[in-house]
Ligand binder design. Structure first.
Ligand SMILES: Cc1cc2nc3c(=O)[nH]c(=O)nc-3n(C[C@H](O)[C@H](O)[C@H](O)COP(=O)(O)OP(=O)(O)OC[C@H]3O[C@@H](n4cnc5c(N)ncnc54)[C@H](O)[C@@H]3O)c2cc1C
Length: 475
């Protein structure tokens, strides 16, 4: 058995694990990434980056890599397949980036390799033990002793199971299927390029929906269909080509010819949330901590943002610059965010009508959703833009909110965050340096809040305070 040591072991090289490993490497943490698969499958569940994830990647200079691999820019998201516009938000990225999950992973892994970290593939975490000083992780061939282990190993997380944590939530009754299908020609009513969420998916029939999203090749589509009331006996049973063809014929007509079904997968609509995100030296992030039906395209985005929240906190804790309770704020901040997503996904399920009365309610909801305030509220939910973290009662209202990116003399405020440090924004021209190594100072003419002249922004782009104090974040 090979023996290794590291500061952090990240189990799982999905989007969450890769983002976290990048954050840790950026902070100079010695990180080992274990991945069960010998090579990437190239298949993609998720297809989109939400606006807040685009902002988060931009904070690290990673957005360009994702953009180069993307195939669409879509000005709307959807809530229960009802289009919602991001236009009312103060963001430079009021759109969904159409990008296959495999390409997000490739972009993150590319940056990780540039930081000198190679994913250890074909290395499945089998078990671990922890004591007061360290965690010992065992894979098929290797034993690693580290200060922390983070389970980013997906919905069936071995790490979460070994911790014996309750994983509870809302029991769904239905199922969904996604399949990448190449047609002989554009199917009737389908868009040929993904520019809008309108006409993408329709709720058709009691409890059922079907839709087509155009992908990066001509006539290649992501077919999605589901039934929220009926679940097959075996959710893991293979989706046959006949089943997919049958749905296509029923929905788009017998004249719609299928050339190829590249892959298909079935999934349930249960929502589950880990009771805790941390047990001693072991933490959970991404799908390992929360799973839900992929309504609104939120799961990957949630995981990448978990990683962005956890990375700097774990690094500061390891390097001795973090406040003693800093690591606990990860669960305090991120678990409620996942809980809110579970709730909005449940609401979206209810809006796939299962009775004529609920169909009437959906129509009413749809009409109301056109109101600008409703558009803003719903798009805030699914984009991640309305996330705020808890703040003291007497704190300035900006505390805990995201810093909206703004133009500076040399570029954008997001550029200051590329190194993953805190940024002290100040209007005092003489205040050019901080005595704290984790804080970069940026002198600005104005801050985004008219009554604020000084604000400490966390490495993940949220306002720590408007006083500049390091408590309770850094020592
Ligand atoms: C059909 C479908 C469509 C979706 N569409 C969207 C969408 O459009 N937008 C969106 O935001 N989200 C979507 N999601 C959700 C999204 O795919 C997940 O939220 C995302 O993959 C979570 O990333 P992760 O890194 O946390 O976990 P995963 O992507 O599951 O990655 C976990 C990694 O850990 C590895 N692993 C597992 N066990 C071990 C072990 N013991 N040791 C080592 N490695 C291990 C796995 O091989 C894998 O590489 C969709 C999900 C589904 C099912």
């Amino acid at each position: 058995m090979d023996e290794l040591t590291a500061e952090v072991v990240v189990a799982g090289a999905g989007p969450t694990g890769l983002m976290l490993a990048n954050e840790l490497a950026l902070a100079g943490v010695d990180v080992v990434v274990l991945e069960r698969l010998a090579e990437r499958t190239g298949l993609s569940k998720a297809l989109n980056l939400q606006p807040r994830t685009a902002e988060v990647l931009d904070l690290r200079g990673l957005l360009g890599r994702a953009e180069r691999r993307s195939f669409a820019t879509v000005g709307e998201g959807h809530f229960a397949m009802i289009p919602v516009s991001y236009a009312g938000w103060d963001t430079r990225h009021p759109y969904q980036l159409g990008i296959p999950q495999a390409q997000v992973e490739a972009a993150l892994e590319e940056r990780l390799a540039e930081q000198g970290v190679k994913v250890l593939r074909g290395q499945e975490l089998k078990e671990f033990t922890q004591d007061e000083e360290a965690v010992t992780v065992t894979t098929t061939t290797t034993r690693i002793r580290a200060s922390y282990l983070v389970g980013c190993d997906g919905g069936r997380s071995a790490v979460r199971k070994a911790l014996n944590l309750p994983f509870e939530g809302i029991d769904g009754r239905g199922h969904g299927v996604v399949a990448d299908v190449r047609f002989a020609a554009t199917p009737p009513g389908a868009q040929s390029e993904w520019r809008s969420m309108r006409d993408i998916v329709t709720a058709d029939g009691i409890g059922k929906y079907t839709g087509l999203i155009p992908l990066s090749e001509p006539n290649l589509y992501r077919l999605a269909y589901g039934d929220r009331l009926n679940r097959p006996a075996n959710l893991r049973a293979e989706v046959t080509d006949d089943e997919v063809r049958d749905v296509i014929t029923k929905t788009y007509g017998a004249e719609t010819k299928v050339e190829e079904i590249r892959w298909a997968s079935r999934f349930g609509d249960d929502s589950r949330l880990a009771a805790r995100y941390r047990v001693g030296r072991v933490l959970l992030a991404g799908d390992a901590a929360h799973t839900h039906f992929p309504a609104g395209g939120q799961g990957l985005n949630l995981g990448v943002q978990d990683a962005m929240n956890l990375g700097w906190k774990l690094a500061a804790t390891l390097k001795g610059t973090g406040h003693k309770d800093l690591l606990d704020t990860y669960e305090q901040e991120r678990r409620p965010v996942a809980e809110a997503v579970v709730q909005n996904v449940a609401a979206q399920s209810a809006l796939i009508p299962s009775t004529p009365e609920l169909l009437a309610l959906r129509k009413l909801f749809r009409a109301m959703s056109e109101l600008p305030q409703a558009q803003h509220y719903l798009s805030g939910l699914i984009s991640g833009l309305s996330i705020t973290y808890p703040a003291d009662e007497n704190a300035h209202p900006a505390t805990g909110t995201r810093l909206p990116d703004f133009k500076t003399k040399t570029g954008n405020a997001s550029d200051w965050f590329h190194k993953g440090k805190f940024v002290l924004l100040t209007t005092t021209e003489t205040e050019t340096e901080s005595s704290h190594p984790n804080i970069k100072v940026a002198v600005v003419d104005n801050l985004p809040w008219p009554d604020v002249t000084r604000a400490l922004i966390r490495p993940d782009g949220y306002v720590a305070n408007t006083t500049g104090e390091t408590e309770p974040w850094l020592t």
